[in-house]
Design a protein around this ligand. Structure first.
Ligand code: 6PG
Length: 237
């Protein structure tokens, strides 16, 4: 089975454990490298964890925030991952400089150009000659086994030549911008949050062997850093 497994007793414990792991990653990064770079997913699961994180006393001025993926909706939309993360984190109140919060402009007509622009922002922050190695990356998993916006059967898990890709999503979902598998694999800490019985089977399949095209979360089998699956009892089975 791939990665470490932590099982939380309830939603509050899941949020506080996630916040604790992220806080440790932030402290270590700031101490060792002067800045912590974190990428956040959207979806419904992580909001409580982001709120718990925002309640902690951290070197906020030395943090920088990116999105893992974004849906092709305006930034003020209820479906916007950025909007969810912004409301839950409240970066402005924490004193994070606005220039250190990078939303993905997935609503642009030319999404391929928006992906290139986001890649430029990543390269500028990490240093053009350095790997895009996030100190922490928060992921979720869909019932179909997708993670970030790497959906099964779309070929997006195989994208290796870009940091950010404009991709299609199945079942009438909006197209997306997403970080690609090489960026996910490179992170120092990958934290996957999943709640509820519907996630039990995808989590089990993602942690087991097989093709990443079928269950995209399997891209994490090749992760370079620490991978932690943080689940509630229902998702853990
Ligand atoms: C998105 C996400 C996506 C999410 C999973 C799990 O834009 O939808 O970033 O990858 O993490 O779909 O979502 P839930 O937490 O809502 O189950």
């Amino acid at each position: 089975m791939s990665g470490e497994l932590l099982v939380a007793e309830d939603d509050a414990e899941l949020a506080s454990l996630a916040a604790e792991l992220l806080a440790r990653a932030i402290h270590d990064a700031v101490r060792l490298r002067g800045r912590a770079r974190i990428a956040l997913s959207g979806g419904s699961t992580p909001a409580a964890a982001y709120r718990a994180l925002a309640a902690l006393d951290l070197p906020w001025a030395d943090t920088e925030w990116f999105l893992v993926d974004e849906r092709a909706v305006p930034p003020e939309s209820e479906r916007s991952n950025f909007q969810m993360a912004r409301e839950a984190m409240g970066w402005e109140k924490l004193g994070v400089p606005p220039t250190r919060v990078h939303r993905m402009e997935a609503e642009r007509v030319d999404r391929a150009a928006a992906a290139i622009d986001y890649e430029r922002a990543l390269r500028t922050s990490f240093g053009v000659a350095c790997a895009t190695c996030f100190d922490a990356l928060v992921l979720g998993i869909g019932e179909d086994g997708h993670t970030a916006s790497l959906f099964p059967g779309t070929g997006s898990v195989a994208i290796e030549d870009r940091l950010v890709a404009a991709v299609e999503a199945p079942n009438g979902l909006e197209p997306r911008l997403t970080l690609t598998a090489p960026v996910l694999r490179e992170a120092r800490l990958v934290l996957i949050l999943a709640k509820g019985a519907a996630k039990r089977d995808p989590v089990r399949r993602a942690r087991g062997p097989g093709d990443a095209e079928e269950i995209p979360a399997r891209v994490l089998h090749a992760a370079q850093g620490q991978v932690v699956w943080l689940l509630d009892r229902a998702a853990a089975g």
